[in-house]
Ligand binder design. Structure first.
Ligand SMILES: [Fe+2]
Ligand SMILES: [Fe+2]
Length: 239
């Protein structure tokens, strides 16, 4: 929860200025959200093919339609703000449901993800109040996401029939998400340390190598001027 508050505080502090300075940056961010929403719709559609529970099928179908609407809403406002052409998305996707056994975990995952995205969108709605069209899209979608969050939990409880199992699955999702973000964070830290090392090596050895290389270069140029290379194919004056 603290990470959501921290992220919203950073968004609130930085977004108004960065989006005011560069509307193309705002458009690109909104387009990325559109792609995330489209991916959510795809995940609901995919999950739909792995369950035979009519009530859950209906919930998944309604949610996928709403996610498609969210995707369209973000894309529309992105194009309104864009100054230049918007590039296509990455196209990569990790499939959350591969068999009927994954449905319970998927519902727990949907519950947690919808909760996080709802908090994030409310944060964005407050941060971009200077762009009323975008703020309205964020606010409207956050209401749907809150509904998806509740429905995913209710569906999970209906199929597993135990609050304890629901809580256990939700904790499993929390743990996996925390582990994934720790991995991402440690990779960034590793990259930063590697960059610092390279910088230090360059600063320490750069001046020494520079004078050594300059001396070698001058010497080889002098040798070439003194003894020009003979081209065997070139006819000599005597022949
Ligand atoms: Fe959505
Ligand atoms: Fe959603």
């Amino acid at each position: 929860m603290w990470s959501t508050h921290l992220r919203n505080a950073v968004t609130r502090a930085l977004l108004p200025l960065s989006w005011r300075i560069d509307s193309q940056h705002a458009a690109r961010t909104l387009k990325r959200f559109s792609e995330v929403e489209f991916d959510s719709a795809w995940q609901y559609l995919n999950a739909l093919g792995h369950t035979r529970v009519p009530k859950m099928q209906l919930m998944l179908f309604e949610n996928l339609l709403e996610e498609m609407e969210h995707s369209d809403g973000f894309l529309e406002v992105a194009h309104k703000l864009a100054r230049d052409r918007l590039q296509g998305g990455s196209g990569s996707r990790s499939v959350l449901v591969k068999s009927a056994n994954d449905i319970h975990y998927f519902l727990a995952f949907a519950h947690e993800s919808e909760k996080a995205i709802c908090a994030q969108f409310n944060g964005y709605a407050r941060a971009c109040s200077h762009l009323p069209a975008a703020a309205e899209v964020f606010r409207g979608i956050a209401i749907d996401e809150e509904k998806h969050e509740r429905e995913a939990r209710a569906s999970l409880l209906a199929v597993v029939g135990s609050e304890t199992i629901v809580r256990r699955l939700v904790w499993k999702v929390k743990f996996k998400k925390a582990y994934a973000s720790w991995l991402r964070g440690s990779q960034h830290i590793g990259d930063a340390i590697f960059t610092l090392w390279l910088g230090a090596v360059y600063l320490l050895f750069g001046p020494l190598l520079r004078s050594y290389c300059a001396a070698r270069l001058t010497k080889s140029t002098q040798v070439q001027v003194a003894e020009p290379a003979q081209n065997p194919l070139r006819p000599t004056l005597e022949s």
